[in-house]
Write a protein that binds this ligand. Structure first.
Ligand SMILES: *Cc1c(COP(=O)(O)O)cnc(C)c1O
Length: 354
């Protein structure tokens, strides 16, 4: 399918990536493509960034028919622009779409569209190490029909915004609040899908945690509230008795690309990795007795975030004296080294954009 390109006549001033807040300064263009059950996916186009026109009856507004992705375009020291494992994002979007009964474009074409879009917006990829162009593919139902039914009309869109370094003052440990009232997802539900609905379910606990001064919650499983699952938009990992330990993917945890990459990287260094069910009481005890040497969250936005402590009801524990650990720092340095093209990509994870 051809991608029709209409360039803007009014290019915007680019914000300073050092100070721009996350996710508000959009680039000059967007990618759009329409679906209907008669014609399939059609009308792939890159057009000037503008408001959309949708029927107030569109299914996305009423029944949460929406899935999304998040990845970045990075500028290398040589000036090239590259993506990090973008095929993983498209594969995950397919799995998310399947769960929500949304029609998914051909994965290879979606990836081609993403690359073409980044090529058009290339000048928006900032240069400083740690800054990037955040890419947000999103797929949603557009059909105006309030009856519960299969989705016959949908749209696939890609927008982007330059983002600064997540860490303006270095990697500072955060304290997580373990949530024991609300749950984010249950097995059999949509936890493994990257969909807006999961964030809607998570919002209340997140804002309560923020009021109490925590940066994020740590979710427990939705059935027994007994097993550690993940952070609010990031996966959780531990350096535990010299091994890398993380909750196993059980259907309610989001399968992070960063999580997967860290597991592969650690294995390549000869570190033993363990994916298993982690009871929260065992985790708290292992923090107290020092078996857990380091804890960190991981995801595309912040890469890795060291965790300095956990609060669970009345219990409070500290990890690694509230300091970033050497293993967490090494993962951060190597992952960002590959993403920003400062070191050899021996894994073959990066994809250069023309
Ligand atoms: C996107 C996301 C992650 C992290 O995934 P990455 O692919 O590493 O960015 C983790 N948890 C949730 C709930 C997410 O939405």
């Amino acid at each position: 399918m051809e991608i029709k390109i209409t360039l803007t006549q009014n290019p915007k001033a680019k914000p300073d990536p050092a100070t721009v807040p996350f996710g508000v300064a959009f680039t000059d263009h967007m990618f759009l493509m329409d679906y209907d059950s008669e014609n399939g996916w059609h009308d792939a186009r890159i057009v000037p960034f503008a408001d959309l026109s949708l029927s107030p009856g569109a299914v996305v507004f009423h029944y949460g028919a929406e899935v999304f992705e998040g990845l970045k375009a990075y500028r290398t020291p040589g000036g090239a622009v590259q993506l990090f494992r973008p095929e993983e994002n498209m594969k995950r979007m397919s799995q998310s779409a399947e769960r929500l009964c949304l029609p998914m474009p051909d994965e290879a074409f979606a990836l081609e569209a993403l690359k073409k879009f980044v090529e058009v917006e290339k000048e928006w990829v900032p240069e400083a190490y740690g800054t990037s162009l955040y890419l947000r593919p999103v797929l949603f139902g557009t059909e105006a029909n309030l009856s519960l039914h299969d989705i016959h009309q949908a749209m696939f869109m890609i927008i982007a915004c330059p983002v600064g370094s997540y860490y303006k003052n270095g990697l500072m440990p955060v304290e997580l609040l373990i949530e024991n009232e609300d749950v984010r997802a249950v097995r059999g539900g949509t936890g493994f899908a990257k969909c807006g609905g999961n964030y809607a379910a998570a919002a209340r606990a997140g804002s309560r945690a923020e009021e109490k001064g925590f940066s994020q919650v740590l979710w427990l499983d939705g059935v027994e509230r007994k097993y550690v699952e993940e952070g609010g938009g990031m996966n959780i990992m531990f350096k535990w008795n010299g091994r890398l330990v993380t909750p196993e993917l059980n259907g309610s945890i989001l399968p992070g690309v960063t999580r997967k990459s860290i597991l592969e990287m650690a294995k390549s260094w000869g570190v033993e990795t363990v994916e298993r069910q982690i009871p929260v009481n065992e985790m708290m005890e292992a923090c107290r007795n020092g078996e857990i040497e380091e804890a960190f969250c991981c995801g595309t936005a912040a890469v890795v975030t060291p965790v300095g402590g956990f609060t669970y009801g009345e219990q409070k524990v500290t990890v690694n004296n509230n300091k970033i650990g050497a293993f967490t720092q090494k993962l951060y340095d190597n992952l960002t080294g590959i993403q920003w093209g400062k070191q050899d990509d021996t894994f073959g994870w990066t994809v250069t954009v023309k």
